[in-house]
Ligand binder design. Structure first.
Ligand code: SAH
Ligand code: SF4
Ligand code: F3S
Length: 466
């Protein structure tokens, strides 16, 4: 019976959460965490298909594992997540040394599936139905929901956790693979989410981030009436021990006033809204089938500014989508200037087999043009991020201390002073020197300087001396 596992994760926060849940289920089944691929009896890759690059990374890691598998034929190699759902048996073709392929809708059964593979010693694949393969109800069921076990040992941080509020996506933006690999939109029951958050708070968690591909589409029933994300925020705001609530990702349509008012009025809800625009050109938005015009997106930004003054808004943009002209791109630059986003994630369009865009449009923007547009837009955004960060200099802000920075992780001992990171309520990263035992605390710090990405604060006093 294999005992030690090692899991590697690419992709979005949903995948990070799934890997945590897989880790929890394996620990509960008696497995132990190994330090690396070599020491592990089971090597798992939790994969992403959103762009070609994410897939290439995993296929090349799998390629490098072939040698190890030849030397240790009993090592089990498993591919989980979105790429498993997208490529299915194609993974065995490209990497015949893979033993197990498991879609995001089956990972709840992973301990069982691993036991099966170990016993039968032959490849196994478990994936969900395609979106058009059966009735909606059958497809929904094939993305199996599971009640996660949340244990502190499986998490990267005791103090912060992600909580899924919904599965899947029904928006079908033409460029995007997510609706096919993550299945139909399904909201988790209201009470189930609440009890999971209470459990996390009891474990010492002070911050939760609610996750959904379009988190503001959350819909359920509670107490006999229909409830949405705003209602959920009201309910979670009363969870004792919890200090901060965030939620990602918002779909621009459906940012109701009730949601914005909840963000304004609820003390624990962070004034931070990730609302990807994708493009500033109506022609492109239409081709992307985003369901809004840029004027509506601008009005949304104005509504956010009016309702939640000081809120940090962040966005995603795709450059070089099919047919994007220089003029379309300039309109995106204009939107970034107008939006004054705290930051934006900018991606070069990556054609995805199985999407409408790949079927219908010519991916006609050359790679070097995409690269230039990416760099240009990033430069505009970075200058804005810097300008938006500068007013913090000289101000005292409250942060949630996350723990030692990456660079300081190795030296972090209690009683020593190392570089720590924390975040403001509006999701700005703050770096300062302090005692690692401050992790999980809310702390007032004074900002001394800032760049586009980070606020730098004065060293914190030792805990207990404040
Ligand atoms: N549900 C979220 C996140 C989807 S994936 C949302 O709707 O915003 C995260 C980001 O990846 C998207 O916002 C989009 O900017 C980008 N993305 C998705 N498909 C892509 C593709 N084919 N090529 C490049 N970027 C893509
Ligand atoms: Fe993809 Fe659009 Fe759904 Fe986001 S809303 S996951 S971009 S299809
Ligand atoms: Fe990637 Fe799947 Fe997330 S495709 S972005 S890991 S939902």
């Amino acid at each position: 019976m294999p005992r030690r596992f090692h899991i590697e994760t690419v992709g979005c926060q949903m995948n990070v959460l799934d890997s945590e849940l897989v880790t929890a289920s394996l620990l509960a089944a008696g497995y132990e965490a190994a330090r690396n691929r070599r020491e592990a009896d089971v090597v798992l890759f939790n994969t992403c298909s959103v762009r070609q690059h994410a897939e290439d990374k995993v296929y090349s890691a799998l390629g490098r594992l072939k040698h190890l598998k030849d030397q240790h034929p009993h090592k089990i190699i498993a591919v989980l997540g979105c790429m498993a759902q997208k490529d299915q048996a194609g993974i065995f073709k490209r990497a015949p040394h893979v033993d197990l392929v498991v879609g995001p809708g089956q990972i709840g059964r992973l301990p069982l599936l691993l036991a099966q593979v170990a016993a039968a010693r032959q490849p196994l694949m478990e994936v969900s139905l395609g979106r058009r393969a059966a009735s909606r109800a059958e497809v929904e069921q094939s993305f199996e929901a599971y009640d996660p076990i949340r244990i502190v040992q499986a998490r990267q941080s005791v103090h912060q956790a992600m909580v899924r509020v919904m599965f899947g996506c029904d928006k079908f933006c033409t460029y995007c693979i997510v609706p096919s690999v993550r299945g139909p939109e399904q909201s988790r029951p209201f009470d189930e989410i609440e009890s999971e958050v209470r459990q996390l708070a009891d474990q010492g968690c002070v911050e939760v981030t609610l996750l959904g591909q379009t988190v503001n589409s959350y819909q359920a029933t509670a107490g006999g009436r229909r409830v949405g994300l705003a209602d959920l925020l009201y309910r979670l705001n009363s969870v004792e021990g919890l200090r901060r609530i965030k939620f990602v990702t918002n779909y621009p349509r459906g940012m109701g006033d009730d949601l914005l008012q909840a963000v304004r009025d609820l003390q624990k809800v962070a004034p931070y809204l990730h609302v990807p625009a994708q493009s500033g050109s109506n022609a492109i938005l239409k081709r992307m089938k985003r369901g809004y015009a840029v004027e509506e997106y601008r009005q949304l930004l104005e509504r956010i500014r009016a309702t939640v003054p000081g809120a940090a808004v962040t966005s995603d943009f795709i450059v070089g989508f099919c047919g994007e002209t220089e003029q379309d791109f300039e309109q995106t630059v204009d939107l970034v200037r107008f939006g004054r986003f705290k930051n934006s994630f900018i991606f070069k369009y990556s054609p995805r087999a199985g999407t409408k865009a790949d079927e219908l449009f010519d991916a006609d923007v050359p790679e070097d043009v995409k690269r230039r547009r990416n760099n240009e837009l990033l430069a505009v955004q970075n200058a804005i991020s810097q300008e938006e960060n500068e007013p913090f200099v000289g101000r005292a802000v409250e942060i949630l201390v996350e723990g030692p920075s990456k660079a300081a992780e190795k030296q972090a001992r209690q009683g020593s002073i190392v570089q720590l990171t924390g975040r403001t309520a509006c999701d700005r990263i703050v770096v300062f020197d302090g005692d690692p035992s401050l992790a999980g605390r809310m702390l007032q710090v004074e900002i001394e300087s800032a760049n586009s990405f980070t606020l730098f604060a004065r060293p914190a006093r030792r805990p207990g001396t404040a």
